[in-house]
Design a protein around this ligand. Sequence first.
Ligand code: HEC
Ligand code: HEC
Length: 267
Amino acid sequence: MRFLSAKRRHRAARPLLLIMALFLLGVVYAGFAPAGKSNADQTNTTAVQAGKELFAVGCSSCHGLNAEGTSQGPSLVGVGAAAVDFQVGTGRMPMAAPGQQFPRKDNTYTDAEIEQLAAYVSSLGPGPGIPAPEAYSPDGLTEREIAIGGELFRTNCSACHNVEGLSGALPNGRHAPTLKGVDNKHIYEALRTGPQQMPVFSKQSLTDDEVRSIIGYLNNIHNEPNHGGWSLGGLGPVQDGFWVFFGGIAVLIIFATWIASKGARAK
Ligand code: HEC
Ligand code: HEC
């Protein structure tokens, strides 16, 4: 009897042990191998999903439910996270109503929501990403590098943004906005994504280091104390000289008329 029951227990125990071993293997596998990666994927999928929902509410009326574009707004497939971060971060998007130019306004989304919108749009196709601070921070630039930034700015940007990075007129009643007070990150993103008539400056045409020196130059001229006096727009010696000439001639004319009237009375 004893022998029989022991044998029976033994028979039942083998499959049980096998199941327990498999279970343990499962636990060990889940505990170790893919833990980090599946977590990261999960947060990313959640961000994309949350972004898709925000997009459906705030953006799809113009850009389409899947960002494929409509007659009211372009397709956003492949514009990249940087374009979303720039457009929404500077308050240009969501556009209130279709119009010629979409000026900066107060941004209505939180940073986390912008990140989610950006994650959603970049999941649709590859494009320029949101830059890391090292890519745009002007910290540690030398005087010489800032001077190079000034040259690069005069060559590539001043035609539209004027030499001092203030605003400049463009054809068709549009204008290039002032760059004073624009976030360094947004300057970087504007270059890489080219909003509206602004051209895209790829890493081939301006390297990250060159962009940093342009940013350094802009911070530098816009942080310089104002020494008072009349701003002539810094248009350059010829134009500034013209205004001095014009003002001087006006004073002379007034003076000459005054002398003439004195002379007439003396007669
Ligand atoms: C009322 C319509 C409208 C709404 C709402 C709107 N957009 Fe736009 N969006 C436009 C138009 C039109 C343009 C094209 C601007 C231009 O001429 O470059 C545009 C351009 C963009 C661009 C730049 C694309 C590029 O090629 O660089 C991005 C990014 C963008 N929108 C994101 C958004 C997001 C995100 C939202 C929601 C938070 C949104 N938009 C809401 C109309 C709209
Ligand atoms: C062909 C004209 C043109 C050139 C060249 C150009 N830009 Fe622009 N830029 C524009 C226009 C137009 C806008 C406004 C886009 C909008 O409102 O969507 C703009 C917008 C910007 C903005 C966003 C400002 C804001 O209010 O948020 C920055 C930053 C900027 N430009 C920097 C530069 C720099 C730096 C260069 C040179 C490397 C440059 N741009 C060259 C036309 C130009």
